[in-house]
Write a protein that binds this ligand. Structure first.
Ligand code: PLP
Length: 454
């Protein structure tokens, strides 16, 4: 493709994306295709000769679009959001255009230095303790996902603890990525700690589990506390868990995958009270900070702990660049994308105050929605809802709640997902899309409560 051809097709593609942004609400939010439908529409073999770009875009419309679930729809309330924005998309495009592979400082100094710098900005935005800044003992790096961040934290903790009889802990509500990371790291023992009535980890239960493991000659080494659990947005008490971790010389990782973003607002910063006892922390701007997937920000308080676990220097990577940070030593893969561009664009486009504005609006709308459900005789709110997720159930029981979820998702007008809390089936309503307004939330409640017109 010549630069001129690229210019022409690129302009058409940008126009296509801009139109998609305008039209996204005209599609059913959740794809209606059945398994195999997309593959059945694709040719069995690749083309022997090149095809025009127009033909590819025609197939995007014909084959791909029906198989898209519209995560960017303002009526998408399922799972946690994966929100995007104009500056985020343009940052991704620029990263692709530069085609940089930033494994070493020397393979593109700007890739490494912008990333370290923007993560220091984010540490300021969230009010993280000083130790997490690159100007102190720690620093931040962009991982693909929170799962990778948790894995890196486990690997650093394992390196510090030494091998043999290691036990990792998280709550029964902790994300499955903790168990997956432990499995990858060869940790045989993972304990899921009981939670209290708010679904937050109980420090006394953690202490008891540790005592039982110590009595068996095992070695507790890692605990992952969650700030905003996936199921119900529960907030684990960091001060209590941190005190237990400190008493036993354990690594404490704090997983703030979605909810960490809320700490940008001073009034929500309490969710990170106790962070001074944490060894590592992550949150995903690709969930709730308008930065296209993938972008997980991961910090450690002691970068030497991470680099001694993951650093390795074969002859062919020696550059003689001197005292620089090579971020390949802060992650599992060698190669790295230039992800900080999109985060930098997003922060500069919105400004910190602009980000706060959207977060506050999402939280305000969620609280309003929860009030409607609470006040309705047929509905119950099943768990605390401090931020932008609320779990509700119909009083007629699990089957009724499930039927309503299936009905509203089949309508194509919105999309919610479910969880089970204390044995009860619940609809999770998460409000975090970039362009969700009060009208969307009103319509969602009308759909769920059955008062929507046909
Ligand atoms: N931790 C929590 C609390 C999550 O909710 C999620 C995903 O929703 C993850 C970790 C995993 O996130 P990722 O997809 O970035 O690996």
């Amino acid at each position: 493709m010549t630069p001129d051809e690229f210019r022409k097709q690129g302009a058409a593609l940008i126009e296509w994306i801009a139109r998609y942004m305008e039209d996204v609400e005209s599609y059913p939010v959740k794809s209606r295709l059945a398994p195999g439908d997309v593959r059945a529409a694709l040719p069995a073999h690749p083309p022997e000769t090149g095809e025009p770009f127009e033909a590819m875009m025609a197939d995007v419309d014909r084959i791909i679009m029906p198989g898209i679930t519209h995560w960017q729809s303002p009526a998408f309330h399922a799972y946690f959001p994966c929100n995007a924005s104009g500056p985020g998309i343009l940052g991704e495009l620029l990263s692709a255009g530069l085609g940089v592979q930033g494994m070493l400082w020397a393979t593109s100094p700007a890739c490494t230095e912008l990333e370290i710098h923007v993560l220091d900005w984010c540490a300021d935005m969230l009010g993280l303790p000083d130790a997490f800044r690159s100007t102190s003992t720690g620093g931040g790096v962009i991982q693909d996902s929170a799962s990778s961040a948790t894995l890196c934290a486990i690997l650093a903790a394992r390196e510090r603890a030494g091998k043999g009889g290691l036990v990792a802990y998280t709550s029964t509500q902790g994300h499955s990525s903790v168990q997956k990371g432990a499995r990858i790291a060869g940790i045989e023992h993972v304990r899921l700690i009981d939670v209290d009535a708010t679904y937050a980890m109980r420090p006394d239960a953690l202490e008891a589990a540790i005592a039982a493991d110590l009595a068996q000659g095992l070695r507790p080494f890692f605990v992952s506390a969650t700030v905003g659990t996936t199921s119900s947005n529960a907030m684990d008490p960091l001060p209590g868990i941190g005190a237990v971790a400190r008493a036993h010389g354990m690594w404490m990782h704090v997983d703030g995958a979605m909810s960490g973003t809320a700490a940008v607002c001073p009034e929500f910063r309490w969710i990170l009270d106790g962070m001074e006892r944490a060894d590592s922390f992550c949150f995903n701007p690709h969930k709730w900070m308008f930065t296209n997937f993938d972008c997980d920000c991961f910090w450690v308080a002691d970068r030497n702990a991470l680099v001694s676990a993951l650093g390795i220097l074969p002859e062919y990577l020696k550059t003689g660049a001197g005292e620089v940070l090579d971020l390949r030593d802060w992650q599992v893969p060698l190669g790295r994308r230039f992800r900080s561009l999109k985060l930098w664009f997003v922060i500069r486009h919105y400004g910190v105050e602009g980000i706060r504005h959207h977060i506050r609006e999402h939280v305000r709308l969620t609280q309003e929605f929860a009030d409607w459900a609470q006040a309705h005789p047929d509905w119950e709110v099943l768990a605390p809802h401090p931020l932008n997720l609320v779990c509700i159930a119909h009083r007629d029981g699990d089957d009724a709640t499930r039927r309503i979820l299936e009905r509203v998702n089949a309508s194509g007008r919105m999309y919610v997902s479910h969880t089970v809390l204390d044995g009860r089936y619940a609809i999770r309503m998460c409000i975090g899309q970039t362009h969700t307004t009060r009208d969307h939330v009103v319509r969602a409640w009308e759909q769920l409560s059955g008062t929507a017109g046909a």
